[in-house]
Design a protein around this ligand. Sequence first.
Ligand code: PGA
Length: 256
Amino acid sequence: MKKSCRRAIIAGNWKMNKTPKEAEELIRGILPLVKDADCEVICCVPYVDLPVALQLTNGSNVKVGSENCHWEKSGAYTGEISADMLASMEVPYVIIGHSERRTYFGETDVTVNKRIRAALDAGLSVIVCVGESLEQREQGITSELVSMQTKIALNGVSEEEMKRMIIAYEPLWAIGTGKTATSEQANEVCSVIRNTLKSLYGEKVSEGTTIQYGGSMKAKNAAELLAQPDVDGGLIGGASLKPDDFAAIVDAASKG
Ligand code: PGA
């Protein structure tokens, strides 16, 4: 299967930004600019913004995602949101294992796997993030590390469920730093991930799975990154908060 047969997906990750009122303004700004997109467009928003985002995107080509979910269905987990709660709101996507969750909130490969399991069981589609720190890159362990993160994340995920999995390669040193991986570096690691998928599930799944790059992707560098054979989309932080910038990346993916 060729790259052109895979779903190109541009997903915004708003992180801890935008009140519901600000979210309304941002979604209203994005919708007309991406309405003719020839790729999938997703906005992953803070929990409190989900109702307004779902309402405003209803009937449009923009899908909504959450930025995390817990692995238990319910219970004494103060401050957490379950995958079933998201599913009950008809939220179709969830980001799991973002490096900020891993760095600041004690997320591990094992808890990432548990959250993925819960999200898939609830019927959600998942964007799972993997990636190395600068220190790990300098140690020359990027490939092993990213491959291992991918394998642990997907432990127990079936071939059929892989249709609802998207992998985002996000080198930590490129997130929010303005320092983007070169298109060669991005492609090299995305291709390591694809080979890992091949070893786990075979060629059909590995060739059919969307692998995104994330880390300071913006209008200026999107086209070059997205032109790489193993880069099928982007997970966009900072640039997803500005309608013009986000739409320019969606445009680049539509042409790719
Ligand atoms: P950035 O964030 O585009 O601001 O670097 C990407 C991400 O963290 O998903």
